[in-house]
Structure formats: structure tokens, C-alpha cells
Write a protein of this length. Structure first.
Length: 267
């Protein structure tokens, strides 16, 4: 009898611990919304890129800082060149790479990502705009028949969804004939190719948490004529064939979602 009582007591303790862990997980959910999210990628003639990311956090609770994860996979590397913040309607304030104090940042980097933690105290109801600047190397590869940019502008390291997203890639020459662009990400996104200005603009109403957005561009090698990252192989036909298949798969998914929505409204 004592043995059975001991077993039930132990089972109750385990269930209580599991319940406590679940409560901890729920309470750990973020209390902010990121809206809007802006990213400008200025490609250089060497095939590098100067990137400016600006995002606005709307807080429902007190916080001591935020972070940004820049994906480096598919390129040769990168470094942070600056961070600035704006709290509510105040002026832009540069953050510093120091060990203590407010409006500061810390950087941790690997071959796959560059993570920036920005420390600035905020309260519930505050609006914090943060601008990050990066210099990325080896974003473009010059092949024998085409130049190619194929890179995740937004990595899958965001724990919260990003709202009102606009991503702009600006090439160093205008116009850019034979400019092609494809975007891999949420099916609700839209990609505009502006050959006259050498620009590609991607807009997404909402990018779900832990979802990447990848941009794939093909354009003449003269656009990045000073690029040291070269390959003697041809690439254009294989890339177009790959994207044609991916586009067909995406259109099939859109059609399936549209059918499910229509079917749902009829019942």
C-alpha cells in the first residue's frame, strides 16, 4: 500500500513539474510586434553589398533590448558597420559597442550568421525604431554567361512574425537589361522587377516566424564587372530551369490554398 502511495505521489510531482514548464513557456512569449520591416541592399560593382535594415518594435511590456540575426549562408561573409535607435518620436541615437550602459550593442558571429543584441530600456506602449548597417562580401557570383545573386535576405532566425515587409535590391548600373528575379518565401509576397532603374522590390504583408525570404537574381556580368568572385562555368539555363520548377510548385500551392478558402466559404 505504501508502495502504491509513493508511486502516485511521484506521478503527481511529475505532472506538476510539466504543468509548471508549460506555464513558463507561455509566459516567455514575446510582447512586441515588428511593423514595418525595411531592408535596402545596395550591390556594388565588386559584387559586395551595403545593407541597411530598419525595423520598428511596438512593445506591450517592459524590455531591455532586442536582437537581429543576419544570415550569411550563400555569401562570403559580412560585418556590422553601425547601429542606431529612435525611441518613440525622439531623434536617432547611435548605439555603441561597449560593455555596459543604455543604447549599446554586442555582436556574435559565425560562418552562418551574424547576431546583434541591442540594449535599450523600453516600457509598455513604447515604439523603438532600430537601424542596422552591414557590409556583406561575395553576394554576387559572375559566371561565364550571367551574374547571379542567390541569398536569404531574411533568415529563419526570427522568433516573431515580421509585418509590412519591403525588401529592395539596387544594382550599381541602370538600366539593367535581361534582369530576372525570383523570391522564395511566403506565397502572399509580390516581386517587382524594375529593369530601367536596376532595382528589384519585394513586398510581403506578413512573414511568419522562423520563415526565410530568399532572393534569386540573374543579370549581365557587366553590371558587376569588377567582381573578383568568378566562375568559368555557365549558369543561366540551369538557374532558369530550376526556378521554372519552383514557380510551378508555388503556383500549385497557391491554387490549393485558393480552393480550400473558396471551399470553406461555401459550407
Amino acid at each position: 500500500m505504501r508502495y502504491r502511495q509513493g508511486v502516485w505521489w511521484l506521478l503527481g510531482l511529475i505532472l506538476a513539474l510539466i504543468g509548471g514548464c508549460q506555464m513558463t513557456t507561455i509566459n516567455a512569449a514575446a510582447s512586441y510586434t515588428i511593423k514595418p520591416f525595411r531592408m535596402n541592399v545596395d550591390v556594388t560593382r565588386r559584387g559586395d553589398a551595403n545593407v541597411t535594415e530598419t525595423m520598428t518594435y511596438h512593445f506591450d511590456d517592459d524590455y531591455h533590448g532586442v536582437y537581429n540575426v543576419q544570415d550569411l549562408r550563400g555569401i562570403q561573409g559580412g560585418r556590422l558597420t553601425g547601429v542606431s535607435t529612435r525611441l518613440n518620436d525622439g531623434g536617432m541615437r547611435p548605439a555603441r559597442a561597449v560593455d555596459s550602459g543604455d543604447s549599446r550593442y554586442q555582436v556574435s558571429q559565425s560562418n552562418q550568421r551574424l547576431k546583434v543584441k541591442v540594449y535599450r530600456a523600453v516600457s509598455a506602449g513604447d515604439r523603438l525604431q532600430v537601424t542596422y548597417r552591414f557590409h556583406l562580401t561575395g553576394v554576387v557570383t559572375n559566371y561565364a554567361d550571367t551574374a547571379e545573386l542567390n541569398w536569404k535576405l531574411i533568415g529563419a532566425g526570427w522568433d516573431e512574425p515580421l509585418h509590412n515587409v519591403r525588401l529592395t535590391i539596387q544594382l550599381p548600373t541602370q538600366p539593367v537589361k535581361q534582369l530576372q528575379a525570383w523570391t522564395h518565401g511566403p506565397l502572399t509576397g509580390h516581386t517587382a522587377v524594375q529593369s530601367k532603374t536596376g532595382r528589384v522590390v519585394m513586398t510581403i504583408p506578413e512573414n511568419p516566424a522562423n520563415t526565410f525570404v530568399e532572393s534569386h537574381l540573374l543579370f549581365p556580368t557587366q553590371v558587376t564587372a569588377a567582381n573578383p568572385n568568378t566562375c568559368t562555368q555557365k549558369r543561366r539555363a540551369a538557374a532558369q530551369k530550376q526556378e521554372a520548377k519552383l514557380a510551378a510548385d508555388a503556383n500549385a500551392k497557391r491554387q490549393q490554398q485558393r480552393w480550400l478558402v473558396v471551399g470553406g466559404t461555401q459550407h
